[in-house]
Unconditional design. Structure first.
Length: 317
């Protein structure tokens, strides 16, 4: 977890041991950049990305660079977090190559959730909608908003190659001290725990037999100890839910999504209908900074790396 009290200790005593973001190929010229990025998608797989685009747009160049990046990657669906400007988001959608749709959860200056949908490969079943307190009789509207940090899960129904999927984009409360203090409403970890609890209750009730993908910036580690794990409701129900990026979280810090801490905060959680639709080679953190340099990336795009999963119904696992 992002533990504020230990920042100085970690910088002084652990800095030499931390694998730092790669700095090769760092761009300095702000104009006319051709990003030499890989094609990450394919016609045979449903290619999904979660990406916290920090306070989009960070600069007046951000949209320009982001267009170039997205146009290269060949991704079907992108779940975004921290989209603060509706006009800039609309311009981004309009300038992407192909037939893209964009949806933002609210038209405010707050860091909202959003989707970019490539209609060349996907069919929209229903416009996305926000989860509300109406699904939870034991929660007031204000308590619901507080638990989810005023960023209600954003739900999308989509079809890829004649199969329907439910996508749920989330951005949990940030920060904390690493300790889950139950029943203390202002505790950041407890708010994330409550978010998981109520989100699971909603999915169990509404989509129990559907192919569901929950993804976004969960703002916590999935491999914390049991007593302090805010995702324990999902983890304990291992017959029905699995964090597809578990091996990333348990692996090298160089593959984590938030490298400057470092920590792995951006996750992709799937239901059992999809357990056999991917393998570990089909989920990864896209280390885009390896191609354009961390300083450039963090200055113009984000402090989070995207995480990608490729779903296929034709695997022989």
């Amino acid at each position: 977890m992002i533990i504020r009290l230990l920042i100085l200790f970690k910088i002084i005593f652990l800095g030499c041991a931390i694998e730092q973001p790669y700095e090769s190929n760092s761009f300095t010229n702000e104009e006319n950049i051709n990003f030499d990025l890989p094609n990450l998608g394919s016609d045979q797989t449903f290619d999904i990305m979660t990406w916290n685009i920090e306070n989009f747009p960070k600069t007046n160049k951000t949209s320009f660079y982001l267009e170039s990046i997205i146009n290269t990657l060949n991704i079907d669906l992108i779940a975004l977090q921290e989209i603060t400007d509706q006009n800039e988001f609309n311009n981004l959608v309009s300038n992407l190559n192909g037939n893209w749709l964009g949806f933002r959860s609210e038209n405010t200056s707050y860091g909202e959730l959003a989707y970019l949908i490539n209609q060349d490969n996907l069919t929209l079943i229903q416009n996305p909608y926000n989860l509300t307190s109406s699904y939870f009789p034991d929660l007031s509207s204000s308590d619901f908003e507080y638990i989810f940090s005023y960023r209600a899960p954003f739900i999308l129904k989509i079809n890829f190659q004649n199969k329907d999927y439910i996508i749920i984009n989330v951005h949990y409360k940030c920060c904390g001290d690493g300790q889950l203090e139950n029943e203390i409403s202002y505790d950041e970890e407890y708010r994330r725990f409550q978010s998981s609890k109520y989100l699971k209750k909603f999915i169990d009730g509404e989509f129990s037999d559907k192919s569901v993908i929950i993804l976004g910036d969960f703002n916590d580690n999935i491999n914390d100890d049991i007593d302090n794990n805010v995702f324990i409701e999902f983890i304990n129900d291992y017959n029905n839910y699995y964090f597809a990026d578990t091996d990333i979280a348990n692996g090298s810090t160089s593959n984590w999504s938030f490298p400057t801490w470092p920590s792995h905060l951006d996750h992709i959680l799937i239901t059992n209908e999809l357990f056999n639709s991917y393998n570990n080679d089909m989920i990864f953190t896209f280390k885009i900074d390896n191609y354009i340099g961390w300083n450039f990336y963090e200055t113009y795009i984000s402090d989070h790396r995207p995480v990608i999963i490729r779903i296929s119904e034709y695997l022989n696992l």
